[in-house]
Design a protein around this ligand. Structure first.
Ligand code: HEM
Length: 206
């Protein structure tokens, strides 16, 4: 047991994260409202939901660019570089900890350090979301905003419908990720330690 506090979340990543979480919540609420729009019981009035979705979709894209460039030029980006050798075994060790070890009071299999702040499951899910799913949703979103850019026919299917489908599935994955992400963030020294860390920058070790 150690009382060590590690400075893991620089100010720029905390700023990006807060904006990104806010934009995602607004995009999910306006997206769901548009998807299930019913003029008799609108969650958010349709035209307002469209405007919210367009504005915050563009803002999210700008904040994503900030994250991408920030990670390209700072130490934080190294945290997202997966070392593939033995990665599956490390993933399974973390998985076993979350499904069994944690309930037996065992210590986590990987300690958090400045050089490696994510456990293998965190690293895998963050890379998947930030480098595959979010760009996918951003690009398909721009396609829907400027439909002239989309080919009218892709392998016999309407390009617009296909882009829409990709966008919705991607959005759904991000929504699911957010629930799971917040749940896993409660697993820290105390249930609120990781949330405090994203506010003050310091991770509290177990
Ligand atoms: C209200 C919503 C959210 C809350 C409360 C939240 C909470 C947190 C907390 C406490 C951490 C630090 C613990 C850790 O490293 O795992 C974190 C990190 C992170 N979150 Fe979230 N999150 C939210 C939404 C999101 C969304 C929507 C995304 C992506 C689409 C996201 C992506 C990330 C990433 C990539 C990190 C690691 C950042 C880094 O240090 O490089 N989060 N989040």
């Amino acid at each position: 047991m150690t009382e060590e506090k590690l400075y893991l979340y620089p100010r720029w990543i905390r700023l990006w994260h807060a904006l990104n979480a806010l934009f995602c919540l607004l995009l999910i609420a306006s997206g769901i409202s548009m998807q299930f729009s019913n003029p008799k019981v609108p969650l958010i009035r349709f035209d307002i939901a469209v405007s919210i979705h367009n504005i915050f979709g563009i803002l999210l894209s700008v904040s994503y660019l900030f994250f991408f460039i920030g990670n390209l030029f700072t130490w934080n980006g190294k945290q997202y570089k997966i070392i593939f050798q033995g990665f599956y075994t490390r993933l399974m060790m973390q998985f076993k900890y979350y499904t069994r070890g944690i309930f037996k009071g065992e210590n986590p299999p990987f300690s958090i350090t400045k050089e490696s702040k994510f456990n293998p499951l965190q690293q895998f899910s963050y890379v998947l979301i930030m480098y595959i799913i979010v760009p996918f949703v951003v690009i398909s979103g721009f396609g829907l905003l400027y439909p002239d850019m989309i080919p009218t026919n892709l392998l016999g299917i309407s390009g617009l419908h296909l882009t829409d489908l990709f966008h919705i599935v991607g959005g759904f994955i991000i929504s699911l990720f957010m629930f799971v992400h917040i749940y896993f963030c409660t697993i820290g020294k105390t249930p609120v330690s990781n949330f405090k860390g994203m506010i003050n920058g310091y991770h509290e070790a177990h």
